[in-house]
Design a protein around this ligand. Structure first.
Ligand code: IPE
Ligand code: IPE
Ligand code: MG
Length: 255
């Protein structure tokens, strides 16, 4: 199956480890506030959680990990918090990129990074090139990302390929132009911090993803919390519009 083929067309196994996990890392500010610390110290602590989750993914055999680090709407935050987040991002990258590479991790960024400082853009591109052939885990950071932005930029690119405006577009026509065209759709979505919303994350790709929401704040999201999310996923029955009986028959035939 080509990697960008919609995973919603097959009947996948759910008793196993999800191939692609996508996470909204939320609750850093509240974590800090609860400790009477400035919001930014929550973001700093959040970077430690990222390290732990990457390790957990590798140990459990997750192939794709996608983290929402900065949404297209997060520019609305106070300027000093935005600046801090940018510095934290570049600092963490500078520090971790070699380690990612040594661990055979492919690094990718999705989102409109043209709005970032040239230094950051260059660093991202270099990092992506350095790690392009790594295969143990594909680690994607969504930065200045919005699901609506993604669909719009994909449509623009797709239409530019059809200058005569001879449109006969199917769903599969759009997917090669989406920012995550290199990955299967997420099997498991996790949001920490208690909010039950998608906040303009991967709108197209989450169509049939299993959703998991936890009250745990991102800086507190450890290996055990990750396993609870996986266990919840393993109890789901993914039907993709079929009946439960059809799924059971297909699983018996496979087994
Ligand atoms: C998530 O934590 C990190 C980013 C959005 C960058 P928040 O900063 O949103 O934390 P809360 O939701 O205010 O607690
Ligand atoms: C979503 O978190 C974006 C990221 C985690 C990067 P927010 O904290 O910005 O989401 P809302 O505003 O509560 O929906
Ligand atoms: Mg938040």
């Amino acid at each position: 199956m080509p990697q960008n083929t919609s995973s919603t067309r097959e009947i996948p196994e759910t008793d196993s480890i999800p191939r692609h996990v996508a996470i909204i890392m939320d609750g850093n500010g509240r974590w800090a506030k609860g400790r009477l610390m400035p919001r930014v110290s929550g973001h700093k602590q959040g970077v430690e959680t990222v390290r732990g989750v990457i390790k957990a993914c590798i140990e459990r055999g997750v192939e794709y990990l996608t983290l929402f680090a900065f949404s297209s709407e997060n520019w609305r935050r106070p300027a000093d918090e935005v600046t801090f987040l940018m510095q934290l991002f570049i600092g963490a990258l500078e520090q971790e990129l070699v380690k990612l590479h040594e661990n055979d991790i492919r690094f990718k960024v999705i989102g409109d990074i043209s709005k970032f400082e040239p230094k950051i853009i260059e660093f991202i591109r270099k990092g992506e090139q350095l790690t392009a052939n790594n295969s143990r885990l594909t680690f994607t950071i969504a930065a200045n990302y919005g699901g609506r932005w993604d669909i719009m930029q994909a449509i623009r690119k797709m239409m530019a390929q059809s200058p005569n405006h001879q449109f006969d577009f199917k769903e599969e026509s759009l997917t090669p132009y989406l920012a995550m065209n290199y990955a299967p759709e997420p099997d498991l979505f996790i949001r920490t911090g208690g909010e039950c919303r998608i906040s303009n994350f991967l709108l197209w790709q989450l169509a049939y993803t299993e959703l998991y929401f936890t009250q745990t704040l991102w800086p507190d999201f450890d290996e055990n919390e990750f396993d609870l999310a996986i266990q919840s996923y393993q109890q789901r029955e993914r039907r993709f519009g079929r009946t439960s009986e059809q799924i059971q028959v297909s699983l018996t035939a496979e087994g």
